[in-house]
Design a protein around this ligand. Structure first.
Ligand SMILES: O=P(O)(O)OP(=O)(O)OP(=O)(O)OC[C@H]1O[C@@H](n2cnc3c(O)ncnc32)[C@H](O)[C@@H]1O
Ligand SMILES: [Mg+2]
Length: 194
């Protein structure tokens, strides 16, 4: 009897355990995803630039370091009143000023809307083209509400729900989030490739 065909492995390079958890939860309802996902936490440079430039450079560096195919993911939180900032620099802003400080940054502006932007990057190997898959979810920046376990989840009230990401069950976040939308686009691409 022949052994069952082995599925190729795709490495998700991230050091963020919450991202990894959500990606695994989202893919759990996608039995057609054509890879087995593994994880590596590599210390990769994150350049300054647009979200797309940051995502391309990181994925390219990851593919070179792994010497193989990989995906990376960058998440930005973009305030409309600040022309999209903090954007890809949200990690440092979170560290520096936290939920309250991010709220204060918008004091004096009438527009407190923001969008979460997720960019998955896929690269087949060293020197290969990097493909990008984006997903965005709109909301409003509010004083922190809900579980504080994942980044700025408590301060983004998602449009049309009355809830912050942190107040949602993971099953709800994972059907409307920036990450869900970007991962769906990546999955569609990977499933369409032979
Ligand atoms: O290793 P990588 O994948 O780069 O993981 P990271 O934590 O450094 O992630 P980013 O560079 O993309 O920085 C995004 C920041 O936004 C946070 N973040 C990402 N996705 C989020 C989400 O869905 N909800 C809340 N915070 C999130 C994350 O914790 C970081 O502080
Ligand atoms: Mg990072």
């Amino acid at each position: 009897m022949s052994a069952p065909a082995q599925r190729a492995t795709l490495t998700f390079v991230t050091g963020n355990a919450n991202k990894l958890r959500e990606v695994k939860e989202i893919l759990a309802s996608s039995p057609d995803f054509p890879f087995d996902l593994t994880n590596q936490d590599l210390d990769l440079p994150e350049i300054q630039g647009t979200t797309q430039e940051v995502a391309r450079a990181k994925c390219s560096a990851a593919a070179a370091a792994l010497n193989g195919p990989c995906i990376t993911e960058d998440t930005a939180l973009c305030f409309a009143a600040l022309n999209g900032l903090p954007g890809p620099y949200i990690k440092d802003f979170m560290k520096g000023v936290g939920h309250a400080g991010l709220n204060s940054m918008l004091d004096g502006f009438s527009d407190r809307t923001a969008h979460a932007l997720c960019t998955f990057a896929y690269c087949r190997g060293p020197g290969q083209e990097v493909l990008l898959f984006e997903g965005s979810t709109e909301g409003t920046i509010v004083p922190a509400r809900g579980d504080k376990k994942f980044g700025w989840d408590p301060i983004l009230e998602v449009k049309g729900t009355g809830l912050t990401y942190a107040e949602m069950e993971s099953t709800q976040k994972n059907t409307l989030s920036h990450r869900y939308k970007a991962l769906s686009a990546l999955k569609e691409y990977l499933c369409s490739k032979p």
